[in-house]
Design a binder for this molecule. Structure first.
Ligand SMILES: [Cu+2]
Length: 370
């Protein structure tokens, strides 16, 4: 536990010097910048996966709809890929094979003052996971002889509330924001579907990775800094998810620390492009998932049911890269709108225990600002 907070502090201290150094140039850059009309657009250029790194001037509001598709395929242990038969050899009876998640996110931002912006976010999720069942006796005893199974869940996820404090002026090329958020457990952790089970498939609780929410009240602190020139902006954000306590099913998803760095470039009045990278650390799952079968009905089949049932198969280190393109409204009725696309894929995954590999995430978003 102590180790991870030291880790967090180190990341914070890496981010801060960048801010204090920039401060020296503040007045000069500000003079140059205030004459440039397009500047206020910059805060809408940010990559779609970066949240809470911009605020609005007093009285302004913004609505965003995002659609996200994520694909996971195959298993991994640490940094090496594993096949389903590797998972069976490790003693498991069932192995996840591939998974997809589709997410509809609705967010609303409003700025009662120049220094404070409030944000509410809701999400609707649909998840599907395909499973491989160990052939032979295991498939016969738990899955009517079939080596394939499919599970699905859908519904509303957790709702996030966020307060964003702008530490710099809106006309300034500096954009320094401190965010404090809360994730309200509105998402279900009681989703069930037909799974392989003793005596044949039956309706059972799905593992945490197939549930819609965390089940815990989570704290979402963040600190973001971005510097904008006329066309180019460079930003970085450190954020975390901290989950005190356990949920009603006696587990808690691992705490998370995220570091993201990005560059955006405004090509003309309409088009901007962005690219960046992120590092994510997530702790092991806390506690144990109650009501999930961990031991196969017959010891002859194997020692363990499925990797997702075990807390030690959650968490790890991931680094990913992302790139996006955004279309801004230009003039007329589209002036206050934005259409954005983004793709994101990991280039490094060091996962705890046995887990699915993430392949890519694609996002499309539409925003309206008033
Ligand atoms: Cu906004």
């Amino acid at each position: 536990m102590k180790e991870k907070y030291i880790y967090l502090l180190t990341l914070v201290s890496l981010c801060l010097p960048a801010y204090s150094q920039e401060e020296n140039h503040h007045h000069h850059a500000h003079m140059e910048h205030s004459s440039h009309e397009g500047h206020s657009n910059h805060r809408l250029n940010q990559p779609l996966n970066v949240m809470g790194a911009h605020t609005h001037p007093k009285g302004e509001w913004m609505f965003t709809y995002k659609y996200m598709h994520m694909k996971m395929d195959g298993m991994r242990r640490g940094t090496s890929s594993k096949s389903s038969s590797d998972i069976f050899d490790a003693g498991y009876v069932v192995s996840p094979d591939d998974m997809r998640m589709d997410m509809h996110m609705f967010s609303f931002m409003y700025a009662p003052t120049d220094n404070f912006t409030f944000m509410v976010m809701a999400e609707y999720l649909n998840k599907e996971m395909n499973l491989d069942v160990k052939p032979g006796m295991a498939a016969n005893m738990t899955n009517n002889g079939s080596t394939r199974a499919k599970t699905e869940s859908d519904g509303w996820g957790d709702t996030k509330l966020m307060g964003l404090f702008a530490m710099t002026d809106h006309a300034s090329p500096h954009n320094f924001i401190i965010g404090m958020g809360l994730s309200v457990p509105t998402g279900s952790i009681n989703q069930k579907d037909r799974t392989p089970a003793p005596g044949g498939p039956s309706r059972n609780y799905l593992p945490a990775s197939m549930q819609l929410g965390s089940g815990t009240w989570d704290l979402l602190p963040s600190i973001s800094y971005e510097y904008s020139w006329t066309q180019l902006s460079l930003g970085s954000q450190l954020s975390g998810i901290f989950r005190p306590g356990r949920n009603s099913r006696e587990y808690s998803l691992g705490d998370q620390v995220n570091l993201k760095q990005w560059a955006t470039y405004q090509l003309n009045d309409i088009i901007s492009v962005n690219a960046g990278w992120g590092y994510q650390w997530q702790d092991y799952m806390g506690g144990k998932q109650e009501d999930i079968l961990r031991t196969p009905p017959n010891p002859m089949l194997g020692d363990r049911t499925i990797p997702t049932a075990f807390s030690s198969n959650y968490g790890g280190h991931t680094m990913d890269a992302f790139a996006g393109i955004q279309l801004h409204g230009g003039e007329g009725i589209f002036e206050k709108q934005r259409l954005a696309f983004e793709v994101r894929a990991p280039f490094y995954e060091d996962l705890n225990g046995y887990q699915m590999e993430t392949k890519y995430t694609a996002t499309i978003a539409w925003s309206l600002e008033f």
